[in-house]
Design a protein around this ligand. Structure first.
Ligand code: EPZ
Length: 417
């Protein structure tokens, strides 16, 4: 298994190109199941493990996927299957998003229930309740959920929590269901807006994405489309935090500041200087960060996906910072690994208090999920001495060409096979 070896404690300086958003590309690629016509999706971070898994998912359901760099063509090969294989769902929970398009188009779908993962139990009850509100019947069989509905009905669905995945699944189902579906308490993440734009290009009429009430006027037949995926705000945020921790000046190219308002506000409070323009964000930092407490919330709140790398930055703050995680119940596994580098963090339930230190020291450490891995990367770049990160495959799920991109900004790191 690969390791990342970082010789840290050196400021970052230079520019880094941000890739297309993993969490926008995944649902958009899955939404190509809504049509038999060709779709072309651009700015896809196609080397990421989760994208490779998505291509396999689409192929297992009967699509042909042609990848050319960051451009992905999805073509029909005949009729689609309505059963997602367990081998794929167990590798990537987002596979469950295939349920919405398949159920709406074919009146039947069978998907394995995705288990929990390192960050929480992650049930899919909100997705299923939404389908039931649209008229589907649900049966559980040997670890699979079978949903059937000769014809879903357009209606109003109120989510008990603004789940990102449930909102996407229901938007896709609604796009292929004639009539007007309203989703209340919908998730408002920028990835939702990108899916809304894609569904509109397929022929659905989508309104209100980015607000808590989304309406989708579906069509019985949707057509093909070309679409460019938005930049990855979590990758961009991770690089901003890496520079804030290691110090220096980094310009992110292809990044969108409007998607990172909460993080940028917190970074400014911590003492970073940030400028941004159309398609770029620049951060410079020349001192230890001030302590800034954050509470993760659904968008537009502080993103849970940046909680771990934020905590890594706060291990170096001048004071005490509280980090509260409200979205997932178990997303502090990185705290113990940061402790191996000299960080002082006390975790109690969903809150952690970080007592900032003058510096961290390099150590052998292990990633437990994508963003815990990102936190270790941020800490390793800032720490004095050598850090070796094991289980890099977690980082590879969310950050493409990570060592090359960071090396381009002066970081000293290499992958060892
Ligand atoms: C998406 O996951 C992202 N994944 C996650 O990114 C991200 O952390 C999360 O949204 C929150 O922003 C993708 O987009 C592929 P949720 P998702 O449904 O859709 C509970 C990363 O690091 N819940 O909004 O699974 C759930 O258990 C990943 O890139 C239910 O209880 O997130 C969790 O506590 C990790 N029942 C909370 O809601 C449900 O039916 C948020 O989940 C659905 C969710």
């Amino acid at each position: 298994m690969d390791k990342l070896v970082i010789d840290g404690g050196k400021p970052l300086n230079g520019s880094i190109k941000v890739s297309g958003a993993k969490n926008a590309a995944l649902p958009i690629l899955i939404a190509t199941l809504l049509t038999d016509e060709p779709c072309v999706i651009e700015n896809v971070p196609s080397t990421l493990r989760d994208l490779r898994t998505t291509f396999r998912l689409l192929e297992s359901l009967g699509k042909k996927v042609v990848v050319d760099g960051s451009t992905v063509k999805v073509l029909s090969t005949g009729s689609l299957k309505t059963q997602a294989p367990y081998e794929i769902v167990k590798q990537m929970r987002a596979s469950v998003l295939a349920a919405g398009p398949l159920l709406a188009r074919f009146g039947l779908v069978r998907v394995p229930i995705p288990g929990g993962c390192a960050i929480g139990l992650r049930p899919i009850d909100i997705h299923l309740k939404g389908f039931e509100t649209m008229g589907a019947r649900r049966i559980a069989d040997q670890g699979d959920i079978i949903m059937s509905a000769p014809r879903l009905k357009a209606t109003t669905i109120k989510l008990r929590f603004p789940s990102v995945g449930a909102t996407q699944n229901l938007m896709m189902a609604a796009a292929a269901t004639p009539g007007k579906t309203t989703i209340k308490n919908a998730a408002r993440e920028p990835e939702m807006e990108d899916l809304g734009v894609f569904l509109s290009r397929l022929g659905a009429k989508v309104h209100g994405v980015g607000t808590a009430t989304v309406t989708v006027e579906g069509q019985s037949k949707l057509h093909g489309a070309t679409h460019r995926v938005i930049p990855d705000r979590i990758e961009a945020g991770t690089f901003l935090l890496a520079c804030a921790a290691a110090r220096g000046r980094v310009k992110l190219l292809g990044a969108e500041a409007a998607h990172l308002t909460d993080l940028i506000g917190a970074l400014k409070k911590a003492g970073a200087k940030i400028k941004s323009g159309k398609g770029w964000i620049e951060l410079s930092m020349d001192r230890r960060p001030k302590a800034v407490s954050v509470v993760t919330k659904p968008h537009p709140g502080f993103p849970t996906d940046l909680q771990a790398p934020w905590m890594a930055l706060m291990t170096l703050c001048t004071g005490f910072a509280k980090v509260t995680e409200t979205v997932f119940e178990n997303r502090f596994l990185h705290a113990a690994e940061l402790g191996r580098m000299g960080a002082q963090i006390a975790v109690s339930g969903r809150a952690a208090v970080v007592a900032g230190q003058e510096s961290l020291s390099g150590a052998p450490i292990m990633a437990s999920d994508i963003r815990a891995g990102a936190a270790l990367l941020v800490a390793g770049l800032a720490a004095k001495g050598r850090t070796t990160i094991q289980r890099v495959y977690h980082i590879d799920r969310g950050y493409e060409f990570v060592e090359k991109k960071l090396a381009g900004a002066g970081a000293r790191l290499e992958r060892q096979k």
